[in-house]
Design a protein around this ligand. Structure first.
Ligand code: COA
Length: 216
């Protein structure tokens, strides 16, 4: 089973090679595979304005190999929803220290749709909830293609739309907010055969919620 490593500005020096591989994988997946050509970079690393010192990467790793990931950004700073797609939140943007935006979820091709349990995608989703609970994050905002809606529902996540489905570059997209609760975490683990904690805090102290809010 893959582990989900928490990688932040504070411990990224321990993940130099893995982070480089991670940005190359993003290029391979989003530019070469999904053909989101506006993300193309001459050096083959897909890095954008939302990869900052505040970004948290939850990296699914098998040994030292990156097999998937999720990216988190604080909603108090610029996000995809605030800066690129505000039309997806016409009822108003969520900007709170305890709300983070999720983006760039992926699993490498060889590890998708596997029958072996738990799937890498399940480890990422369960671990994302686990991380939020450990950090006192109460909501996630997400800009996503609408095909995700039944998938999230099937995992037990509780989503509310922030606007209407909208066509962007030929894709039906929607802005949503997802509640973080222990019930949702347990539900995700149960439905997706994830047996408990999947997070690795290499060189980090998991911060108690009250410390995080004070620091933020
Ligand atoms: N459009 C529509 N549906 C899609 C899709 C897409 N681009 N990608 C995945 N799905 C849906 C399909 O229902 C698929 O079922 P199918 O086998 O009947 O086609 C289902 O998701 C399972 O996807 P699969 O890729 O087999 O496995 P997974 O659950 O292990 O991984 C992703 C899902 C999305 C993580 C993986 O497909 C991936 O990394 N995709 C590329 C990155 C990406 O597009 N991320 C989302 C935008 S940030």
């Amino acid at each position: 089973m893959a582990d989900l490593h928490v990688v932040t500005n504070a411990n990224k020096h321990l993940y130099g090679d893995a982070l480089d591989e991670y940005f190359r994988l993003r290029h391979k997946i989003y530019v070469d595979e999904r053909r989101w050509m506006e993300l193309a970079k001459p050096d083959g690393r897909e890095i954008d304005q939302f990869d900052t010192s505040d970004t948290v990467y939850l990296m699914a790793m098998e040994g030292r190999r990156v097999v998937g990931s999720h990216r988190l950004n604080p909603t108090t700073k610029p996000t995809l929803m605030s800066d690129l797609f505000p039309q997806l939140a016409f009822r108003g943007l969520i900007r709170r220290p305890d709300a983070y935006e999720l983006s760039r979820v992926f699993v490498i091709r060889e590890r998708r749709g596997e029958q072996a349990q738990p799937r890498v995608e399940s480890v990422i989703m369960a671990g994302t909830m686990e991380y939020a609970l450990a950090q006192g994050i109460s909501q996630f905002t997400i800009v996503m293609e609408t095909w995700w809606l039944p998938r999230f529902q099937d995992m037990g996540w509780r989503l509310r739309p922030l606007g209407l489905p909208t066509m962007i570059n030929g894709m039906s997209c929607i802005g949503v907010v997802a509640d973080v609760t222990e019930e949702v975490w347990v539900e995700t683990c149960t439905r997706r055969s994830v047996r408990g904690s999947v997070l690795v805090w290499n060189g980090l102290e998991p911060m108690a919620p009250e410390q995080r809010v004070a620091a933020g």
